[in-house]
Design a protein around this ligand. Sequence first.
Ligand code: G3I
Length: 346
Amino acid sequence: MSLKKAYEAYFKMGTSVSERNLSTEEAKRELVLHYNSITAENGMKPMFCLDWKANTENPEKYNSEPALSFESARKYLDFAKETGISLRGHTLVWHNQTPAWFFKKDYSREENAPLADREVMLARLEAYIKGVLGFVQTEYPGVIYAWDVVNEAIEETEENGWRKSLWYQTVGDDFVLQAFRFARKYAAEDVKLFYNDYCTFVPKKREKITELILKPLLKEGVIDGMGMQTHLILKHNELSEYETSLNTFGALGLEIHVTELDIHNADPSEEGEMALALMYEQLFGLYVKVKEEKTANLTSVTFWGMKDDESWLTGFRKEQSYPLLFGENYALKRAYEAVIAVPSKN
Ligand code: G3I
């Protein structure tokens, strides 16, 4: 049995992959066995697609049309093309993992250099989106089925909802709309455009995302889907609010992708593993339920990491985390058994 086989009637099953995964035979075998979707964990983000040297050494030439570099992206695209596994593009516009000089006048690397103005940043935004989409669609047509056009623009603690990122500071609060307009303009027709965010189950954040982002984008017809990252914590079981979010976004008529699933669990004992398995079972039960009841058009579920010992959570939470379905050497965990059994119970 494999994850993608178990869920083939419901949605794509995916995982994030690192560059190291793509050069490890064992990881590649697991990828082909279990998944029909992959996401580059880091390697297709702006810090990897922007050519640092060319832009910062020759700012006049590239001022409104940044030089791009696809050395890193090609590794993921090549693997996806060879194996026939679809790729989720992650991510075009993000405040993180985008070099600070990209937002500065003349691509300056000086900390206190002035920011570029709105007009220049809009030109850079359009050229970046056009360049990245143009490259993948010309050289790897059909490989990327969806893009996270904008990632994490809402900060629930901010008074007006908008994260005061360098995109917000330079372009203003229409940067999301502008990004989606450009993405729609340059994306192939069958490529789905997503807004992606974390803590989408928090009521205030759900509301801000809906009002400030999804509704305006839907009105313009430039968005296809909502990406619910789904970085959960075992100790806080927030599944009831999570269900409300799935149904709220679903009711807007958007496609839903679960884009970065993991459940932080610091307890590797039998008890901890059983609790993790139970929460995964509830979560996948919910995914199957919304599909069967047609309350949310969930089409893809992606885990954030292939196995526990590679998860970003250990560094982030400052304690060892065991958040995934696979342990060291891809050992199948109780959580794997629980997830794989859900469809047969329905
Ligand atoms: O590129 C440098 C490398 O040159 C250096 O040698 C190495 C030493 O630590 O660091 C490398 O940068 C790391 C980068 O990943 C690329 O590997 C950073 O330290 C590390 O902090 C960074 O973390 C990534 C994080 O995004 C950055 O915010 C995680 O791996 C990645 O899992 C995580 O993914 C994000 C999603 O894109 C968006 N949603 C949240 C999710 C979790 O934070």
